[in-house]
Design a binder for this molecule. Structure first.
Ligand code: NAD
Ligand code: ZN
Length: 365
């Protein structure tokens, strides 16, 4: 695995060919749009991919808060991109220069115990969530993608790049870690705590299972307005109202069949555990930077199932099929567009969603 990228200071000392611009993490609350060395092939199965479009994730905000300590100073952030293959290593069998691909936020060696089960997030050979985390990521002009044959998807025809960008992370995350782990079933009442892009992806894909009602819970009224547009039947601003009351009123005092946590705070995890009925499911999606209290004294006898998960992106192919057949519409996730060089402004817009109404911001060179 490569070391952190060295930021080049002062005037360009290398030719344009060997350097590029990228968003470089400088420690908690610090980031810089900087000139850095362009990536090159390290391992035989690598590709160097020119980034055509990329975006910012709630996980990038967690990194910038210091919640993800394994991200070291100098790391290029970003784990979502649609790009064009520029060069490939000698061990690459499928990708060819010039080919356009969806870069998954999860890399897969394809042969370890977990990858063979489709649990790519848990890859034992240096895959999993590495981009913009353990190795340099996609918020850059170019990115090195390890295990590129099995960590990318060819761009299908008939789906726009912006729609495809939603499948690098947020749609499979909401679906796999929220809806599938939570075992959403027809007739269920589903509570979703957090209506950011990931919570909205859970709201959107939960509808594939015909739940009776979806309740979105957030502190931000703009996000709750979006939740209604994405298919939530009820919304609760938990800064002003008690979501438990609303859930109990809807379920004859039983509680939600499924509670999905899509924020990543101690308080929101605890809230999710209070909303669920006996024998229900609590599906945690949020990235947590601090411990959360598990009230076993209240939960031990309720027969609940609690799941955690890092997305595998194992359902991307199936979900893209639903987009191609117009059964899943993801275009509304994109609210703002910036030039890649304006990424500092894009972070400001994304992180102040209460003011800007931002969901996904698309960045193009
Ligand atoms: P986001 O920051 O855009 O959205 C978070 C939402 O939570 C916002 O709408 C915010 O208003 C709301 N919120 C904050 N505090 C709240 C509170 N106390 N009560 C209710 N709502 C509150 O983030 P996102 O991109 O939607 O991602 C959501 C979470 O999912 C993050 O923790 C992210 O790191 C995580 N994530 C996990 C995986 C995975 O594989 N498990 C993958 C991607 C993202
Ligand atoms: Zn992400």
């Amino acid at each position: 695995m490569s070391n952190s990228t060295a930021v080049l200071d002062g005037t360009r000392t290398q030719s344009d060919k060997e350097t590029m611009y990228a968003l470089v993490y400088g420690g908690p609350n610090q980031k810089k749009w900087a000139q850095v060395p362009k990536p090159s092939i390290i391992d035989d199965t690598d590709a160097i991919i020119r980034v055509d479009i990329t975006t910012i994730c709630g996980s990038d905000l967690h990194i910038l808060k210091g919640d993800v300590p394994e991200v070291t100073v100098g790391r290029i952030l970003g784990h979502e991109a649609i790009g064009t293959v520029e060069s490939v290593g000698p061990g690459v069998k499928i990708l060819k220069p010039g080919q356009r691909v969806v870069v998954s936020c999860i890399s897969s060696c394809s042969i370890c115990r977990f990858c063979r089960e489709g649990r790519f997030g848990q890859c034992l050979n240096g895959g999993g969530w590495i981009l913009g985390h353990l190795i340099d990521g996609t918020q850059a002009e170019f990115v090195r993608v390890p295990f590129c044959d099995t960590s990318t998807y060819p761009v299908p025809t008939g789906v726009s790049d912006e729609e495809l960008l939603m499948f690098c992370d947020i749609i499979p995350t909401g679906y796999e870690v929220g809806v599938l782990n939570g075992a959403v079933a027809p007739g269920d009442v589903v509570a979703v705590v957090g209506a950011g892009p990931v919570g909205l992806a859970a709201i959107k894909t939960a509808q594939l299972f015909s739940p009776r009602a979806i309740v979105a819970i957030d502190l931000d009224d703009k996000r709750l307005d979006q939740a209604r547009k994405f298919g939530a039947d009820y919304t609760v601003n938990n800064g002003a109202n008690d979501p438990l009351k609303q859930i109990m009123a809807l379920t004859n005092g039983l509680g939600a069949d499924v509670a999905i946590e899509a924020v990543g705070l101690e308080s929101t995890f605890e809230l999710a555990t209070t909303l669920v009925r006996a024998c229900g499911h609590i599906a945690n999606i949020g990235v947590h930077g601090a411990p959360a209290m598990l009230h076993l004294e209240k939960l031990w006898g309720k027969d609940v199932t609690i799941t955690t998960g890092l997305v595998d992106t194992r359902t991307v192919r199936d979900l893209l099929g639903l987009v191609e057949s117009k059964k899943l519409d993801v275009a509304a996730f994109v609210t703002h567009r910036f030039k890649l060089a304006e990424i500092i402004d894009a972070y400001e817009t994304f992180s102040t969603a209460g003011k800007t109404g931002a969901l996904k911001v698309v960045l193009a060179p």
